[in-house]
Each structure stands twice: as C-alpha cells, then as structure tokens.
Design a protein around this ligand. Sequence first.
Ligand SMILES: Cc1ncc(COP(=O)(O)O)c(C=O)c1O
Ligand SMILES: [Zn+2]
Length: 448
Amino acid sequence: MADYAAWFECISGCGERYSLKEVVYVCRKCGALLQVAHDMGKLKKKSADEWKRLFAQRKHGTEWPYGSGVWSKKEWVCPEVEPENVVSMYEGESNLFWAERLGKSLGLNNLWIKLCGNSHTGSFKDLGMTVLVSVVKQMISEGKNIRAVACASTGDTSAALAAYCAAAGITPIVFLPKNKVSVEQLIQPIANGALVVSLKTDFDGCMEVVREITKDNEIYLANSMNSLRIEGQKTVAIEIVQQFDWQPPDVVIIPGGNLGNVSALGKGFLMMEELGLIKKRPIIIVAQAQNANPLYRAYKAGYENYRPMKAKKTIASAIQIGNPVSVQKAIAVLKEFNGIVEEASEAELVEASVAADKTGMYTCPHTGVALAALFKLVKRGVIKKDQSVVVVSTAHGLKFSEFKYKYHLNKLPFKSRYPNMPVETEAKLDVIRKVVDRQLKKRTAAQR
Ligand SMILES: Cc1ncc(COP(=O)(O)O)c(C=O)c1O
Ligand SMILES: [Zn+2]
C-alpha cells in the first residue's frame, strides 16, 4: 500500500493538511470540518477496468482483510493502516434486495433496498467504525497514548463503536440521551463492556459533551465529524454500483440525521466518477423526519439561512437530531447530485415501514422515513416509474420492534391502517379450523 496516500484536508479550501494519524477533527486554522483526501494521481495509475477486476476478485475472499466490503476497497479508503491493525467484522457486502412487490404497488419495476442493517451490529455504522477503530489501533501500535475512544450516539454509532473496540481491546465511552434509544441499542454497548454514560439531554446535548471531553487528546472522538468514518461509509455507493454491474441507479434515497451518511454516499459516487468507473450520477434524495427536519427547511428556502432546530420526539429515534454536524458537507453533495430533501410525518413513516414489511422486509423506522419520501415523490411524479431507485435501509428492524408491536396492537397515537393482531382461540382442532377458515375468507375479501 505504500504506493497510495491519504491525508486530512480542510473542506473550506484553506489549504490545511494533517496526517490521518494525527488527533484532529476540525481545521486548526479556520475551524471548518476536515475530509480525507487521496492521492488521486496514484489511484489513476490503475484503469477503471483494473479496479473493477480487483474489487471483483476480492469479493467474499479470505485474504485478510480484503473480504470485507470496506477493506476490499482499502486503497480508496485508508491505505495508511497495516493489515495486522485492521479491526474488521467482515462488514459491508450487504444484500441489495429487489423490492419486487413493494415496487409494483407503486408502479415501479426497479426498486431496490440496500440492506445496510444486515451487518455485525445491525446498522451501516459498522462501515465507518471499522476504519476509525483500525486507525486508532494503528496509532496505538505506533506508540500514541489513547486511553479511550468516545462518541455521542442515538444508539447505532455507540453499538458499532463498542463492538469494534471490544474486538480490538480498546476502551469505548458512549454518551447516550437517556430514554431516547431502543432497549436493543442500549444493551449493545453494555454487553460489549463499554463505559455507558446516560445523560438527561438529547443527542445534540450529548454531542456537545463529547466535543468537550475529546479536547483531551488521549480520548479520541468517534463521531462522524471525524471524517475517517465517512471513508468507510462511502463504500456503500461503490457496493451499490458494483451490485448493478457498474451501472449507477437513477435515484438513491437515504434517511438523514447528523448528515454524515449522505456526505459519504456522495463522496463514493464522486470518487468512482473521477476514477472513470461511472459516467453518470444518480439523483440523491435525503429523507428527514418532520420532527427533526433542519435540512428540509433549509432546502425549501434554497439552502439560504440554514438554522439548527430543537428536534422533537420521533419514532425514527436515530435521526432525532436538530443540529447536524455534517450539514455543510451534505448541502455540497445535494448541490452536486441534483439533490432533493423530503420529510415524513410520524404516521407516514410508520405506514411506509409497515407496507414494506408486508412484502417481506423488516424495516427500521429510518428506512420508513426514506420509503415515505419515496411514496410521496412517486405520487407527485418527481420520481418517474421507469427510473431505477435504491433506498438505503440504514438499520435492522429488529433493533426497533417496539413501534411495530404498538402499531399492530393499535397503540400508537394515530390509528393503524393495517394492524395484524394475533388471533386468540381455544386449542381445540375443530374450533381452530373454523377460525382459520374465517380468517382466510376475510383476507381473500380484503384483497378484492
Ligand atoms: C439507523 C440510522 N439511520 C440513519 C441515520 C442517519 O445517518 P446520519 O446521522 O449520518 O445522517 C442514523 C444515525 O444517525 C441511524 O442510526
Ligand atoms: Zn481550514
């Protein structure tokens, strides 16, 4: 890998650069966020076809660490880490699910769901965390004193940080907003032995705390304002295109909270374009919960006067964020990709999630937000029926079963349209036969 090089650089263009192994998150000169830049000249020495062949050859392979969806693209992601310091759980390579029945119900023949939640800790956060924790392990191996790695989280970042740190033998500290993450998300870092700090505030409050705590250079910051995370997460764009035999889709829809993930998605597409692997860019659509929609509001005003907000409670709890750290990166991406921002109300996101589940998925509420945006944009004719559409599903629905349970028992604050309650009956065969028969007739009638 010595041939390849990457470094942090300031996104404002002020010219500042730092080594990836320096403890730095924002520009020391002007305060702007950093991004990882690669020596593109060196990467261009391989042709697009050579890169495609190399990625295909590594796919699902056993040569460490290239079988991982992230590390199969190591030269594009983080050439600075030695293979023995990579902390990987074989992340990435998630299924691109053809949503045949759901698509047909909308008149779309080409609807795909990128199931990023089918991963070690059940969300896309694994893609970025493998890179960040690997760089920490590399730094420690070179003698740097790092006592712990810390993050603020709405539940998925903390799960990923805790698991990767536990695998590497590094101490994680996670700051969680009390009573604002699911039970499954809370228990993940507890199980992995993290120091879990529960705070009576929201995510934005936790984020302020972690920014302060990590001013101590021996506690390393693991949120996506640390752009090492973005490098891993950008591989989702590359994977999607690879899964389509290197044809980019027309539209990609992604839920947005702190807005690191959409920044990563855009970066992945731009890198493929620069290296000649694709010729066309998709339209990128960010979907936000109406109760936490600062980007949507800014979009409506032509990105003038962006203002953070106090996020209200939403069932899509992982995107209950009012002051997104990566907003400027996200706006830049949206401008490059003919971007659209859409919002979803609580009822819309839940019904969209339920509709998808009825066609064989088990969607998290954030995927519900993205699907609700899809439904609305198809209805308004913004997304055309002949377009190929990929919805990025960001977490596994099993981490968020409570809202589904409440929906089917009709216990949410709004009326459930398609509840599917268990039928209770006596355990006697003749009674059961009658009940089953009656239920099947009801279903047949409903389908007419
Ligand atoms: C499940 C899930 N979906 C979507 C997001 C939003 O990603 P981002 O914060 O990078 O916009 C997050 C994390 O915040 C998440 O955990
Ligand atoms: Zn700067």
